[in-house]
Write a protein that binds this ligand. Structure first.
Ligand SMILES: Cc1ncc(COP(=O)(O)O)c(C=O)c1O
Length: 374
């Protein structure tokens, strides 16, 4: 990544730790907490996030790939880690050697894990992934018992629990979620009746952690709320979360355009009056979506300034006719807080018809990250 000094992406680890503590309080004593740090901690940086959350007391880390699991181990973090996407058979040796647990839904992977565990004189911890209605990874509920029977020939596997994922737990209408929970509880009970203890079963993402105590089971598995955003923008969250990521820059040039001038590629905006314009050195190369064109806003001196015209690769233009005193070098907030004013990940997501998750990933992946609050 080529470092640009014109845009500053800051990740506030004290806010991350604050959010963890707030969420932890929503769980009953004894419920374990898996901090989801997959996809480079939603763009916030896997290792700094994992280290902060582990230091704060997270019981488990949820990562995506084997590479992320190995990165965590190489940094010396030795808390339990679950590979949420599972592994490929060829990755079994490395996963077992690093003591990484894996989501399991394929018999060939079970076989490979058992062989690797036998060769290394170890046990391989697995969490059986069940598809209770997400239509994504996992065994269908009716496939779980036969699959578990198949696992009896692999004593090297330690089946720690069942796991599933909720599709619409963030909606106010919980009827679909209740059906998913019913499926999950049903298959869990059926497996336990056949002698599987499954002590570490889990299904609760942020939305379920926050609203559905009955979904906590032995462990919760939140992601987005750790990073300071609600699972759905329209829902009020009762716990006070702090935004973790912020993005700022400084005005590169200020100019005045007469009425009738067009701004940026495609001439999609034409001035109707004299217009004071600030040119800012940020664009879609910084993960600042082109969909923000003519829709987004930035904060200058805590006041909103609207984007005029299309977002370019490295530049945007915002109107500052209402801020006659600002000059080149003036600080600008693109995401985050400016005194009482706030631009949230959800607001940016709304301009691009997406979700805060994607905003954080795009910005976090495209810019060097500066850590504060360590
Ligand atoms: C399997 C799994 N568990 C937990 C989470 C965390 O979800 P959220 O960020 O909505 O809390 C995710 C996120 O996508 C996931 O894929």
């Amino acid at each position: 990544m080529i470092v640009t000094s014109m845009v500053d992406l800051a990740v506030d680890l004290s806010a991350l730790r604050h959010n963890y503590r707030r969420l932890r309080r929503l769980c009953a004593a004894g419920v374990k907490f898996m901090a989801v740090v997959k996809a480079d901690a939603y763009g916030h940086g896997l290792l700094p996030a994992a280290q902060a959350l582990a230091a704060e007391g997270a019981d488990y880390l949820g990562v995506g790939s084997l590479e992320e699991g190995l990165t965590v181990r190489q940094a010396g973090l030795n808390l339990p880690v679950l590979l949420l996407l599972g592994i490929l058979p060829a990755e079994a040796g490395q996963a077992v050697a690093a003591g990484l647990e894996t989501a399991l839904f394929r018999l060939d992977v079970a076989q490979a894990l058992a062989a690797a565990a036998a060769a290394q004189g170890k046990k391989a911890g697995v969490h059986l992934k069940v598809d209770t209605g997400m239509g994504r990874l996992g065994l269908l509920p009716e496939e779980v018992l036969p699959f578990l029977e198949g696992l009896r020939s692999y004593p090297q596997l330690e089946v720690l629990g069942l796991t599933s994922h909720l599709a619409v737990a963030d909606l106010e209408d919980k009827s679909y979620t209740f059906k998913q929970l019913e499926q999950f509880t049903g298959v869990l009970q059926a497996a336990r009746d056949r002698g599987w203890a499954l002590p570490l079963s889990h299904i609760a993402n942020s939305a379920a952690l926050w609203e559905l105590k009955d979904a906590h089971f032995a462990m919760v598995r939140p992601g987005i709320m750790l990073y300071g955003s609600p699972p759905a923008p329209e829902r009020q969250i009762p716990v006070l979360l702090k935004p973790v990521m912020s993005l700022t820059t400084k005005v590169l040039q200020v100019k005045r355009l007469p009425p009738g001038e067009s701004i940026s590629y495609g001439c999609t905006y034409t001035t109707t009056d004299w217009c004071r314009l600030a040119v800012l050195p940020v664009g879609y190369a910084n993960g600042y979506s082109r969909l923000f064109s003519n829709r987004g806003e930035v904060l200058i001196r805590s006041l909103r300034a609207p984007i005029r015209g299309r977002v370019c690769m490295n530049l945007i233009m915002v109107e500052v006719s209402h801020l006659p005193e600002i000059q080149a070098g003036e600080p600008v907030v693109l995401l985050g807080q400016s005194d009482d004013a706030l631009l949230t990940g959800d607001e940016l997501a709304g301009w691009a018809q997406t979700i805060s998750y994607e905003i954080y990933l795009a910005l976090g992946n495209a810019n060097p990250r500066r850590y504060v609050g360590e």
